[in-house]
Design a protein around this ligand. Structure first.
Ligand SMILES: CC(=O)N[C@H](C=O)[C@@H](O)[C@H](O)[C@H](O)COP(=O)(O)O
Length: 224
């Protein structure tokens, strides 16, 4: 087990991302957000885009899980080998990529992409949307399996909270590979529940770092 991945065991990872057109979408702002999360005890920061990756890497001591989103349809989380290599060059300690079997823009398969990254010596997190994705990612040799795309790739329903059913299935099938729960963990209770279901780490984004969404939760509670 790589020591950096071992360091995430039983810990919280915070995802710091602002989307296109949003007020907080600025690398310096995301770096400040990441630093604030690190002060709160985040064991790693997950972040998007080359500028954010390097700005955050320049601020925090904890590992950075980097990805690069391009587009909104099909494969958009680190869609090609070029995107993945660029994330590493920008400073990502671990690169996260879409692990679905959907066609990728550069024509490489997911397994071919991972094989090239492993050849480079990269640490790879597979963003899975189904148990089949997890199986392919395990076979490809990914270091971390994540539930990131559960409810977003068309294979599984979008659960209200984290997809604990998929998490538990992944943990049972791959006891030797760290399985990280990511996606729709909105409360500390849900974070605890995913750890109890066997997650190696819990990744929380929106509920910690996306104030516009958090505001809508409170506004709805107040106004309804
Ligand atoms: C599906 C997709 O594009 N997920 C992205 C992956 O990096 C992010 O937009 C999420 O914020 C992240 O996965 C954390 O999840 P949540 O924000 O629900 O805590």
């Amino acid at each position: 087990m790589h020591p950096m991945i071992e360091s995430l065991r039983g810990r919280l990872v915070v995802s710091c991302q602002a989307y296109v057109g949003e007020p907080l979408r600025h690398p310096e702002t995301m770096a400040q957000m990441a630093l604030a999360a690190e002060r709160g005890g985040a064991a790693a920061i997950r972040c998007q885009g080359l500028a954010d990756i390097s700005a955050i890497k320049g601020q925090v001591e904890v590992p950075v899980i980097g990805l690069w989103k391009e587009g909104h349809e099909g494969v958009f989380i680190t869609p090609t080998l070029r995107h993945a290599r660029a994330c590493i060059s920008a400073g990502a300690d671990i690169v996260a990529l879409d692990a679905t079997s959907r066609p990728r823009p550069d024509g490489l398969s997911f397994a071919e992409t991972v094989a090239a990254l492993l050849d480079d010596g990269a640490l790879v997190m597979a963003d899975c949307g189904s148990i089949d994705d997890a199986r392919a990612a395990a076979k490809a040799g990914c270091h971390i399996l994540g539930t990131t795309l559960a409810g977003y790739s068309g294979d599984r329903p979008k659960t209200d909270g984290p997809d604990i059913e998929l998490l538990a299935q992944m943990v049972a099938e791959f006891p030797e590979i760290p399985v990280v729960c990511e996606g729709r963990i909105h409360t500390p209770e849900q974070a605890r529940a995913v750890m109890e279901a066997g997650a190696w780490a819990a990744v929380v984004g929106t509920a910690i770092t996306h104030p516009t969404t958090i505001t809508t939760w409170f506004r709805e509670a107040v106004e309804n």
